[in-house]
Design a protein around this ligand. Structure first.
Ligand SMILES: Cc1cc2nc3c(=O)[nH]c(=O)nc-3n(C[C@H](O)[C@H](O)[C@H](O)COP(=O)(O)OP(=O)(O)OC[C@H]3O[C@@H](n4cnc5c(N)ncnc54)[C@H](O)[C@@H]3O)c2cc1C
Length: 489
């Protein structure tokens, strides 16, 4: 792809001014490495527009020269989605300066946010208005609305409220030719053909630049209860979830599965943590129930549901947090698993889903298969059991270095993804494809799905300027490195 000409760079500098245009290494470098430190790219300049009109002008100018643009929000992508390639041809387009909440209407339950609004700021603004934006995740202090939309982010409350696809009412975006799609309408019904908003959600910046989104709000939490329960098997955990949903109802909004091995890692590596239950339980469930103000106490409901679960042998022990501090300490155990795993060593990480009912058996069988094929590795599988979405991480044999990831780690990933595909699942439940999973997506995504994705990309972005090298597998070329990798067993 062509590098930006000096005339284009001059026009962009004039358009955006010193706050919005940077070429110095000190300004650009910090944004060229992904959050996990696995990808490092180059960019001809960092563009930081502050209005949608500027975004439209940037895209129009770049389209005229077919210069690639890599959109970036908080740069917390887990799959290298916001990192440019190493050619230095692309321009990095940061939306972080577009951080205004344009409107927040508690009565209508809608907030219209520019793309650069940070999730934690949206949480605070909604709460101040007696409402809640019911999606949260570990990167909430950095992740932006544009990134959340573009990755169809999930998190720990999907069980009750769904992913971004359910929480986005409308999207405003600049399409690859520089035109503005104004899709922020609050219409509840709109059948004018293809749903462009849904097409842009999860598109990972390959179909346009999201400049704003209107997001659904729900009533603020009045009361919540958080509990920790020990269970014998993942099957028992899923039965416990179904039991809680029957007895407590739809106030159950968090249900995270934590194996003993993950809890051990946290207790070993994260100072100030302690196990909520006496004794070691092979598996644990972290449960959260929440209700709006003036509705029956979730604590009482959870207490009686866990009591009956104990009686029928679904759980081996359980405790309910007696205070907000205790509840936060329980969530800290869950939220620290990735950090503890990182401190412990190298791991090949997989963000996978299978049908919810099949997940308990899958967890056990896939772990056995992986550990048998690769002696010394240890599976650490945890997460959103109720969504059928587990972080199926495989820890490298002790004392392995980073090179393990490029060697045996890739073979481990191929096996995990084969098992997931055979189980009718997805190799990317939450984090997207980015550049990290492109070869595996090409290998396992299915010919029909991939042909349709390529056709949509070609129709909307024929010059291929939007986030090249991400999500959309290139057309097979037998001499191409990607195709070669994709053919590996
Ligand atoms: C600690 C941690 C925990 C996480 N937990 C979860 C979790 O529980 N669930 C989950 O789903 N994800 C999780 N994630 C990953 C999650 O996808 C990102 O946190 C978030 O969705 C990305 O937001 P961002 O602003 O950082 O986007 P970036 O990382 O900057 O970009 C992500 C992708 O979106 C594109 N993009 C960004 N902004 C725009 C825009 N305005 N228009 C078009 N394209 C754009 C980028 O090009 C890239 O492809 C986690 C990440 C971290 C670091």
């Amino acid at each position: 792809m062509p590098s930006p000409s000096s005339a284009l760079l001059e026009r962009l500098a004039a358009l955006l001014g010193p706050k919005g245009f940077a070429r110095e290494a000190t300004a650009v470098e910090p944004w060229l490495t992904d959050w996990r430190g696995r990808f490092h790219g180059k960019a001809a300049a960092l563009l930081s527009p502050s209005t949608r009109e500027d975004v439209a002008a940037i895209v129009g100018l770049c389209a005229a020269e077919a210069v690639p643009l890599v959109p970036q929000g908080g740069n917390t992508s887990m799959v290298g989605g916001a990192t440019p390639d190493g050619s230095g041809e692309a321009l990095l387009l940061s939306l972080r300066r577009m951080n205004r909440i344009r409107s927040l209407d508690p009565a209508a339950g809608l907030a219209t946010c520019e793309a650069g609004v940070i999730l934690a700021h949206l949480h605070e603004a909604a709460l101040a208005a007696g409402r809640r934006f019911p999606l949260t995740l570990g990167a909430r202090g950095s992740a932006t609305v544009g990134g959340l939309v573009s990755t169809n982010a999930g998190g720990t409350q999907v069980l009750r409220f769904g992913t971004m696809r359910r929480l986005v009412q409308g999207v405003e975006a600049v399409l690859p030719d520089g035109s503005l799609f104004e899709g922020l309408s609050p219409l509840k019904k709109d059948n004018r053909g293809y749903d462009l908003t849904q097409l842009l959600i999860g598109a990972e910046g390959t179909l346009g630049i999201v400049t704003a989104a209107s997001l659904r709000l729900v009533p603020a939490v009045g009361e919540r209860a958080v509990a920790w329960a020990g269970v014998e098997t993942p099957q028992a955990a899923l039965k416990l979830l179904r039991h809680l949903e029957t007895v407590v109802g739809d106030s159950i909004e968090g249900f995270e599965l934590v194996p003993a091995s993950a809890l051990d890692l946290v207790l070993e590596h994260v100072p100030g943590t302690r196990a909520p239950l006496a004794g070691r339980h092979p598996w644990n469930a972290l449960i959260e129930a929440a209700v709006p103000m003036a509705v029956a106490s979730p604590e009482k409901a959870l207490y009686s549901a866990l009591g009956s679960a104990l009686e029928i042998g679904l759980v081996t022990d359980a405790t309910i947090a007696a205070s907000d501090a205790q509840a936060e300490a329980m969530w800290r155990l869950r939220d620290s698993i990735s950090e503890a795993e990182k401190k412990d060593g190298i791991a090949a990480k997989h963000d996978i889903s299978v049908p919810v009912a099949d997940m308990p058996a899958f967890l056990v069988e896939a772990a056995e298969a992986v550990e048998a094929r690769f002696p010394g590795v240890r599976v650490n599988a945890f997460g959103h059991l109720g969504d059928g979405n587990i972080h199926f991480n495989v820890r490298a044999p002790r004392s392995s270095g980073p090179a393990w990831l490029e060697g045996e780690g890739e073979a481990v990933t191929a096996l995990v993804h084969d098992l997931v595909t055979a189980a009718g699942g997805s190799i990317s439940a939450e984090h997207g494809i980015g550049q990290m999973k492109l070869a595996e997506f090409a290998r396992l995504g299915g010919a029909t799905r991939i042909a349709a994705i390529r056709a949509i990309k070609q129709a909307l972005d024929p010059a291929g300027i939007m986030n090249p090298g991400k999500l959309v597998p290139p057309v097979e070329d037998p001499h191409d490195g990607l195709a070669e990798r994709a053919r590996r067993p």
